[in-house]
Design a protein around this ligand. Structure first.
Ligand SMILES: [Zn+2]
Ligand SMILES: [Zn+2]
Length: 467
């Protein structure tokens, strides 16, 4: 069945399927998202087709060939949250309040709304299931410019670099503690964008700040030497490039002599074991969407896109204004290929050991290690977290009635074009009639905005009052 987005319109008591119920004067409206108003939506709508026609000539050299997945994602994004493409009817049985909730595209690393929902669910899973109650450290690893282009043409390469990075970090912890059997937990996020949504493949690792002995006790990462870690990472990556026949031995040896290697490792962000909120916030940052709507402006008339960097200083700080086609080409390159895994788990957090632990001791699986006392989740705490999750995903709880706070339920999924059109036409006619009646009523000092049924589905952004 379709996926529910958080664009909704209040339909109050439309009579659709519920004839005979008394009308209520307390019609609420589910908070609509209005996807068509977003600068990204308008940018894609205005320029996607033109970009496609000029892409080979103007952009293929810099961004690689046009990929079929890009067309699919862009098309689905243009339908995301738009009622015309289908919706669910949500109803409160207590007061008969209803609204429509549009389906969403579920596209990752492009649709800001769907990506954010995905991240909220993932963060919840990290907190509840994956992350051990030990300190963590964020490790960011970047590769030189010369190597980044390779990742564009071999999209699996960044995953291979992630494996190399995980091995390097694990080896560093084992070496520094002198314990060869330690299992280090690593969540690796493959990020392809820089602060200006530019092509900048790099890695964000969320690493247990130490490792687990076979008996489950945790040993801390004793000392952080980023220079040595960087050097180890650099050698491991260059070896990978030679093994994959992307470089020959001489080229790799030559790069090892560069005084500024272009490899960077950053390990300064530390997360205490009891700050789960920070850990999950950090994880969401590591896997964030390539484009942030709050930093994007699109001037349709001037045909200009301005994107503000998330860096406060350095060469990539500040806003940048570019041609819409250029910016769109830049964004589309971050859409992962179908089935491409962008988050990977290693060591203590790898799927297999996790399963093995669960089988060996179901009750103790993923429980806290010996050095940290168990933190049992009280039922009230569990429900508080669930409520927080729903708020994160939907901004408001989509299944709480805005009128009576009762529980709402999905009564139908509407996907047939003819039925969609029939329902929306009915609602728009009603809204137009209501707006017209409002406009004629004398006591108001300011004239209510007259709503045009042609500007669908905007008329439903405000509460509907029956005439
Ligand atoms: Zn979407
Ligand atoms: Zn209700």
């Amino acid at each position: 069945m379709g996926h529910i987005g958080h664009t909704g319109i209040g339909i109050g008591h439309t009579g659709i399927g519920h004839e005979g119920r008394p009308p209520s004067s307390t019609l609420g409206v589910y908070k609509p998202r209005r996807p068509q108003a977003s600068p990204l939506y308008r940018l894609v709508q205005d320029h996607l087709h033109r970009l496609y026609t000029v892409y080979d000539e103007r952009f293929a050299r810099e961004y690689g060939p046009w990929r079929p997945v890009v067309t699919q994602v862009a098309d689905r994004f243009l339908a995301c949250g738009i009622l015309e493409h289908g919706f669910a009817r949500i109803r409160c049985d207590a007061c008969a309040h209803e609204y429509l909730l549009a389906f969403s595209c579920k596209c990752r690393y492009f649709c800001p709304s769907c990506h954010a929902k995905r991240l909220a669910l993932w963060a919840q899973w990290l907190d509840a299931t994956l992350l051990a109650s030990v300190p963590h450290r964020q490790v960011v690893l970047t590769i030189p410019k010369r190597l980044r282009a390779y990742c564009l043409y071999r999209r699996r390469l960044l995953g291979e670099i992630a494996r190399v990075a995980a091995r390097t970090v694990t080896a560093a912890i084992r070496t520094l503690t002198g314990e060869r059997a330690l299992a280090v937990g690593i969540v690796a996020c493959l990020q392809t964008h820089g602060s200006r949504a530019n092509w900048h493949p790099h890695l964000h690792l969320l690493v247990t700040d130490g490792g687990f002995r076979p008996d489950g006790t945790f040993v801390s990462w004793p000392v952080h030497d980023t220079a040595r870690l960087t050097e180890a990472f650099r050698r491991a990556v260059l070896r990978l490039f030679v093994r994959r026949a992307l470089f020959d031995e001489d080229a790799a040896a030559g790069m090892l002599t560069w005084p500024h290697s272009g490899f960077h490792v950053h390990t300064a962000v530390w997360v205490p074991e009891d700050d789960r909120a920070f850990a999950t916030r950090l994880a969401r940052y590591c896997a964030r969407n390539p484009v942030a709507l709050e930093r994007l402006t699109y001037d349709r008339a001037a045909k200009a896109v301005t994107y503000r960097s998330d860096k406060a200083e350095g060469p990539t700080a500040g806003p940048e204004t570019v041609d819409p086609l250029e910016f769109l080409a830049r964004l589309l390159v971050h859409i992962p290929d179908k089935g491409h895994v962008t988050t990977r788990y290693y060591g203590w957090y790898a799927n297999r050991p996790r399963g093995t632990r669960a089988k060996a001791a179901p009750a103790a699986a993923d429980g806290p290690p010996a050095i940290v006392p168990a933190s049992r989740l009280a039922p009230t705490e569990a429900s508080r977290r669930w409520a927080a999750l729903l708020r994160q995903i939907f901004e408001v709880d989509p299944l709480a009635c805005p009128t009576c706070q009762g529980a709402m339920r999905i009564v139908a999924f509407i996907t047939q074009a003819a039925v969609i059109a029939q329902i929306l036409t009915h609602l728009r006619t009603r809204a137009a009639t209501a707006a017209h009646a409002d406009a004629r009523s004398p006591p108001s000092t300011r004239a209510p905005a007259r709503r045009s049924p042609a500007r669908a589905p905007r008329p439903f952004a405000a509460p509907l009052t029956p005439p």
